[in-house]
Ligand binder design. Structure first.
Ligand code: FES
Length: 150
């Protein structure tokens, strides 16, 4: 699904929408139906158009997720760097979840995404707003340990 055609034709409105969605997500934790409705009302758009845009961009959460959302890039560069499959398999084994799932303690959600715009430093993974590049399994272990507070 791609964002509405009107957003492609109106960069200023798209920028306002993306910012409003970001702020709403920070406020609500994820883009609840209420958050979508409020953004739509503020920007004079339909809730359907706002929801469509929110589901198109991987940085927005449209359902409850863990405190840390691990987005592993499965794009071509990361795949060729032999990172994507290895990282996803490792995280699945380490966290006992599959992509799209959240750990029982609510700490981690695992997702796979297409290209984090870091192809030159692949493999890459984003955790919430932080991008990690040139990943190795050892670095993944360190990142998980830091996020767990240890
Ligand atoms: S393909 Fe992974 S960052 Fe672009």
């Amino acid at each position: 699904m791609s964002p509405g055609k009107f957003l492609q034709q109106d960069p200023a409105k798209r920028a306002m929408l993306l910012t409003a969605l970001y702020v709403a997500q920070e406020q609500y934790g994820y883009l609840t139906p209420e958050a979508i409705q409020r953004v739509a009302e503020r920007l004079g758009m339909s809730a359907l158009d706002v929801r469509e845009a929110a589901s198109f961009y991987s940085m927005y959460r449209t359902k409850p997720m863990g405190r840390y959302v691990l987005q592993v890039c499965e794009g071509l560069s990361c795949h060729l760097a032999e990172g994507a499959d290895t990282l996803v398999d490792y995280l699945k084994q380490k966290l006992h979840i599959k992509p799209g799932e959240t750990t029982r303690d609510g700490l981690f959600t695992l997702q796979t995404v297409q290209c984090l715009a870091s192809c030159g430093t692949s493999p890459a993974m984003r955790v919430n707003d932080t991008l990690y590049e040139n990943l190795t399994l050892d670095r993944v272990d360190m990142i998980l340990q830091e996020l767990r507070g240890g």
